[in-house]
Each structure stands twice: as C-alpha cells, then as structure tokens.
Design a protein. Structure first.
Length: 160
C-alpha cells in the first residue's frame, strides 16, 4: 500500500477546510496511508526585501527537507510546474508505485513559495493552475485530486 503525505507550510484553522480534508482523508483510507504534515510558517517582515524572502524560503525549505521520507517520490507544487489532468496524476502515482517508490510526498510551500533546494530535490513539479489559490484551498483541492487519482487507478465510479 502506498503512503502519501502532503508536507505543507502553515496550519489550517477554518473548520470548513478541515472538514473537507477530513472527508477525503477518510475516503483515502481504502487506498493508501495518508497524512498531512504541517510545518510552522517563518516569521516575515511587513514588506520583505528579496534577501529576506530568500532567508524565509531557506528556513522553511530546511524544515521541509527534514520531513521527506527515504526513497519517496517528491512532488513540489509550483506555479512553474507542469499542469496535469486527473488521469495523468493517477498515472504519476501508479508509475511511482511500479518503480518501487511506495512513499509519495507532495509539498506545498508558504506564501513565498519553495526554496531552490526543495525544488531540486523534487522528482516532479506540479502546477494546479495558472490561477492563484489560497494555500488552504490548494490543500483541499490537492487532497481531492489524490483521492480522485486512486479512484481512477482502481476503476472507481467517482471520476467521470
């Protein structure tokens, strides 16, 4: 059974987001081990300069890299990443399992994105859209898409 983590910067406080994630987490239990690892957001300045932003990214990146599991297939959520259809995401997860990578770690960075080190460690860079979403919503959408991918892989009726 595959083990999937979403490693993310920041915590979700709103009940409507946590309820949505809890529903998909419950559904995912039939297909994989699923967890969300929330890491603290770095303190930021009111109007940070590029050097301060780089310092924030490096600090958050170090914490993210420590949470990656050995031999995991790492997917970084990046605006410059490739957009995939739901069946293509299912293929990515299936290919990872077939190549012996039973751990999959998705990464959602903080408000400034991801460090160069995290992106370099990634096996794949995924973009949800050219549009910008709040990180809480991105986490819900990603969790739903992971569930949809497993339904596709198992010929379920959820994906039409």
């Amino acid at each position: 059974m595959q083990s999937v983590n979403i490693i993310c910067i920041g915590k979700i406080k709103e009940k409507y987001w946590t309820d949505a994630i809890a529903e998909y987490r419950k559904r995912l239990g039939a297909f994989c081990s699923f967890d969300i690892v929330e890491l603290d957001e770095e303190k930021t300045f009111k109007n940070p300069n590029p050097s301060q932003i780089e310092t924030i990214l490096e600090a958050e990146g170090k914490r993210i890299l420590k949470k990656l599991r050995n031999n995991s297939y790492v997917v970084s959520m990046c605006v410059e990443g490739k957009q995939l259809s739901s069946p293509e995401l299912a293929d990515k997860l299936s290919d990872a399992a077939l190549s012996g990578r039973n751990n999959v770690d998705f990464i959602i960075g903080g408000s400034w994105g991801l460090s160069h080190e995290v992106k370099a460690r990634s096996d794949f860079r995924l973009s949800m859209s050219k549009m910008t979403f709040p990180h809480q919503m991105a986490r819900v959408v990603l969790t739903e898409q992971i569930y949809r991918a497993y339904e596709i892989m198992n010929n379920g009726k959820y994906h039409k």
